[in-house]
Design a protein around this ligand. Sequence first.
Ligand code: C2E
Ligand code: CA
Ligand code: CA
Ligand code: CA
Length: 279
Amino acid sequence: ARRQGLSQVIGYEAGMEAAADKRYTLSHDLYHALRGDEIHIALQPQVDLASGRVVGAEALARWTKRDGTSIPPSEFIPMAEANGLIVPLGRRIIELACIALARLGSAGFGNIPVAVNVSALQLARDGFLNDLRATVELHGLPASLLEIEVTESIAMDERTGTSNVLEQLRDAGFPLAIDDFGTGYSSLSYLRSLPATTLKIDRSFVHEIGNTPERLAIADMIIRLGQRFDMRLVAEGVETPAQREWLIARGCHQAQGYFFGRPQPLSDLLTTLRGWQAN
Ligand code: C2E
Ligand code: CA
Ligand code: CA
Ligand code: CA
């Protein structure tokens, strides 16, 4: 029994080492990806539900290695959050979003805001707001075009002291969206005190439209809450016409999802926008 125990221990450690090796290699690769040009963004259109028009876009980080393989954000974002690379990575994403905004502006679509996802570590850094201000200024953009998305759990975490940063963001003119709303356990009075302009309904609720009555009740409640607080409501992960119809009937304003458009290169988004303009 003892020998077996030992081999189990050794096997376990070997497995852990392999996992650690893989993590190390990926961290190392990401570090180099940041210095090269392997990191880019995909823009997912946000549409006005009533008209179907594109009214904004969310910038999502993409990592395509030089050999053509892609690493999904679900792998490299948590890793970058763990090893601190999220700070330079986030800075790069914000820069790319500003470049996209400037191009939208020169193409005649200077009224389309772009949202970026910001992690807790980025937000907690001294100088985050100053960096942000400097970046929009450098690209000749008003702060109002760069929306900052933070998850509900970050926004609600009073311990990290983020609420102060959030107020400073608002005062500087950056719109603020609460991402994945409905998945945390926010107190409603705390939500009310947040300087947020947008509520994004998590896609887990949107998926249940037509299925589970309780989840539907939550989606319904979020919509009413957003209306009550005068916030812009964006439903995430809309994939079907039935989901779209339900959201319209409930008075949700905007939506994002494969039904309207996948995360895409700026050139594709511009094609869609020009199509609308021609009509
Ligand atoms: P998120 O912010 O909630 O972004 C929405 C995710 O849902 C994206 O996944 C998007 O591709 C996906 N999605 C959009 N429409 C649909 C749909 O109709 N159906 C389904 N099933 N999925 C849909 P993605 O691009 O893989 O990103 C995953 C997560 O990684 C994001 O979730 C966000 O939390 C994080 N992330 C992505 N880019 C960044 C970034 O630049 N910085 C930070 N901090 N996090 C990022
Ligand atoms: Ca998001
Ligand atoms: Ca989300
Ligand atoms: Ca999410």
